[in-house]
Design a protein around this ligand. Structure first.
Ligand SMILES: Cc1ncc(COP(=O)(O)OP(=O)(O)O)c(N)n1
Ligand SMILES: Cc1nc(C(=O)O)sc1CCOP(=O)(O)O
Ligand SMILES: [Mg+2]
Length: 213
């Protein structure tokens, strides 16, 4: 079943680009600019800081009627009643995440450029699968590359939403939507902007891509 809300611009936070005090203003700017999903991705803060920030972001997303997901950490996602979690291939597995989160929550899974991984994830109960990286990424330059053709193949084999990630901006994202991506996950092209109004404008430009398909 395709989760109808997993669609549109998917903003992912990055502490290397957003200073602590800017996290909420930057996230709010992305949401005002049209982001429909927000992921808290932070591998450097302490557990207490991560819990505090994740709870603040969840509340913010509720105000904007957007979905909030936590990266890597289903226990934290469950603790703060997030809408879901995003896990990679080394983040503990779907069964554990589902046990921690319960049936109604969203579990997204990184599948790189591997259709078999995506089929397994869907069969194990993933709510979306993520493919990438499609373009050179400033945030994660060593992520394995993916050819956009994987989206055509996945669209034929899978019914759950497809998320595209990696080096996506308003110039190159449209081609991924034309190939069947449901959501575009973006870090640098959103949060490298130095001020909230510029983050908002970047989010508007990325969100506009969804009106053109
Ligand atoms: C939407 C989305 N897609 C892919 C990833 C990458 O997850 P993972 O492979 O676990 O890598 P890290 O983000 O943990 O470095 C993601 N976070 N979000
Ligand atoms: C976190 C992440 N995962 C990727 C993958 O391919 O699985 S690419 C990536 C970084 C995405 O950031 P940006 O929009 O700045 O390239
Ligand atoms: Mg991970």
């Amino acid at each position: 079943m395709k989760h109808p809300a997993i669609h549109g611009l998917y903003a992912i936070t990055d502490p290397a680009l957003i200073r602590d005090r800017q996290l909420l203003p930057a996230a709010e700017a992305a949401l005002r600019g049209g982001a429909r999903l927000l992921q808290y991705r932070d591998k450097t803060a302490t557990p207490a800081q991560r819990r505090h920030r994740a709870a603040q972001l969840q509340a913010l997303c509720r105000q904007h009627d957007a979905l909030f997901l936590v990266n890597d950490d289903p226990a934290l996602a469950a603790d703060i009643d997030a809408d879901g979690v995003h896990i990679g291939q080394s983040d503990g597995g779907i069964a554990r995440a589902r046990r921690l989160l319960g049936p109604g929550k969203i579990i997204g899974v990184t599948c790189h450029s591997d259709l078999a991984l995506a089929e397994q994830a869907a069969a194990a109960g993933a709510d979306y699968v993520a493919f990438g990286r499609f373009f050179p990424s400033r945030t994660k330059p060593l992520a394995p590359p993916a050819d956009p053709v994987i989206l055509d193949q996945a669209r034929q084999q899978l019914t759950i939403p497809l998320v595209a990630i990696g080096g996506i901006n308003s110039d190159n994202g449209g081609q991924l939507l034309e190939r069947g991506a449901d959501a575009l996950a973006v870090i640098h092209a959103l949060f490298s902007a130095p001020a909230p109004d510029q983050v908002e404008r970047a989010a508007q430009q990325l969100s506009a891509l969804f009106n053109a398909v």
